[in-house]
Design a protein around this ligand. Structure first.
Ligand code: BG6
Length: 489
């Protein structure tokens, strides 16, 4: 509650302008389960602009009432019928087929004609691309050619698009998509989403790093032994088989969420909090990520697939549902410090955390003791923990390893706002800090491509693992040969 009050104040302070948000792909899984429930919640909490309309675009033959009924029936989110009914007053359904651009000829009138359009010449026109990725470029062209980018004199500033992931499937397709979008929009109008950046705990990485002064002098190769980033999921691929089988864990999770977190952990201090400064420091890390070659993949990368996967797909495919790898950030601060990444589906639990392992510097109590480890728990049970050694009370000296623990739940006594809520607010407000730049996306693809283009059956064969375990045993061997163990189990 306290948190919601704080957020409400923020939204009032922001004084969000009159806004028409149009979602393309509004009958898809993401819209039904994330986007619409988030907007319903924000509406209920007073976090949407006072003058707000949502235009939901879909291929199906619905009127607005039938669309809302379809949403309620098919969403897995917990929805309160009264709250949805209130929200429904702000929604308009529009039937349009991206394969038939002319079916959008009426959309500009729908957007401009309702109450907001009539009263406010300069309302924000926001477009959310939540369709399959092959439609992103066609939607941009439809927006241009159907007059949907025409507003008032100031409209340039208040027309924005938000593009869902995956943003391309490799460097070349990402570059092509960037080029297509930049034909119609400036970089400032394009919001490339990575929902991990909207998570409170991911935002906190910047604060942990740069608002706690004792860390900066030791945040480097002289004091840090290695860093581990783990994203475990308990679920399998579920009903996204088609998409997932063409994508795999590397492109689905590592290319975006994991490397973005790595960038925040490894970046230099930005000179200020502007999107330009933050993105440019993250980009520095992404560019410095050591690219793989066929030679360096061997022994440093493990691909896995959970055993039931081939039955779910109905055939044997070489799609990884698990990746473990060791990489380096090739710069002065991090030279020689391994960054271990481990992520996969059906790993028995859902947990995302980053652990920073410090080197042992003192000899007085020997080196056969636990090292200091700073664990940044992204989800669930959000927390920051520092492992330290203490003396066990009594005669002699025996060490006990315990942890200093900062838990979000006890510290803030409140529900943490969802990533999408935060990202919607920033999109409406025009703040690009938590979105990715063209250069960041392309740098992340360069790193990912170096794996995809070089891994094969010989240097990184797909290893089967049982569901509910922490992945193939080869991942244990990979880190063990460096004399280390996975922290997240
Ligand atoms: C998505 C991936 O981007 O992130 C999914 O496509 C994955 O495969 C999901 O399950 C994980 O997100 P979260 O917020 O549940 O950790």
């Amino acid at each position: 509650m306290a948190n919601q009050l704080r957020l409400q104040r923020v939204s009032q302070e922001l004084n969000l302008p009159p806004t028409v948000l149009t979602i393309f792909g509004s009958t898809g899984d993401l819209s039904l389960n994330q986007l619409l429930p988030t907007l319903v919640h924000m509406d209920n909490e007073g976090l949407l602009p006072k003058n707000f309309r949502l235009v939901c675009v879909g291929r199906r033959e619905f009127d607005t009432k039938a669309f809302m009924a379809f949403f309620v029936k098919n969403s897995r989110a917990k929805l309160d019928s009264k709250t949805v009914a209130n929200f429904a007053k702000r929604v308009i359904y529009f039937k349009g087929d991206i394969d038939e651009p002319n079916s959008f000829s009426e959309l500009q009138h729908v957007i401009a004609d309702h109450k907001i359009g009539k009263k406010h010449d300069c309302f924000s026109r926001l477009y959310y691309f939540a369709t399959a990725p092959e439609y992103f470029a066609p939607i941009a062209s439809i927006l241009k050619h159907q007059g949907l980018l025409i507003g008032c004199g100031e409209h340039e500033r208040t027309i924005r698009i938000l593009v869902e992931k995956p943003f391309g499937t490799d460097l070349r397709s990402a570059q092509t998509l960037n080029k297509e979008l930049l034909k119609f929009f400036t970089e400032k109008q394009i919001y490339r989403i990575d929902h991990y950046l909207g998570k409170e705990t991911v935002q906190n990485l910047l604060v942990t790093r740069f608002a706690n002064d004792f860390l900066e002098p030791i945040w480097n190769r002289d004091y840090i032994d290695h860093v581990e980033l783990s994203v475990f999921e308990d679920v399998g691929v579920g009903n996204r088989l088609n998409f997932f089988d063409q994508t795999g864990t590397l492109k689905d999770l590592v290319q975006n969420h994991v490397v973005q977190m790595l960038a925040l952990i490894a970046m230099e201090e930005p000179k200020d909090l502007t999107p330009e400064s933050i993105r440019s420091e993250k980009l520095g890390v992404l560019n410095a990520l050591k690219k793989f070659t066929a030679k360096t993949i061997s022994g440093n990368v493990v691909r896995g697939q959970y055993k039931e996967y081939k039955d779910e797909v109905g055939k044997r495919t070489a799609t990884e549902t698990f990746v473990a790898l060791k990489t380096f950030v090739d710069n002065k601060r991090w030279n020689g410090v391994p960054f271990y990444i481990k992520t996969g589906k059906r790993l028995g639990k859902k947990v995302t955390e980053i652990s920073v392992h410090f080197k042992k510097q003192c000899n007085l109590f020997g080196t056969d003791r636990a090292s200091n480890v700073l664990t940044l728990r992204i989800q669930p049970d959000e927390s920051v923990q520092l492992q330290i050694n203490n003396k066990v009370p009594g005669f002699g000296i025996r060490l006990h390893t315990g942890s200093l623990d900062f838990g979000y739940k006890t510290a803030f006594l409140t529900e943490i706002p969802s990533a999408y809520e935060r990202l919607f607010l920033d999109f409406m407000q025009g703040d690009q800090r938590l979105f990715m730049s063209k250069e960041e996306i392309e740098a992340a693809w360069k790193f990912t491509d170096s794996l995809v283009n070089n891994w094969d059956n010989k240097n990184a064969p797909i290893q089967a693992y049982a569901s509910g375990t922490t992945g193939p045993k080869q991942a244990e061997a990979m880190i063990a040969k460096d004399g280390r163990r996975w922290w997240t189990k």
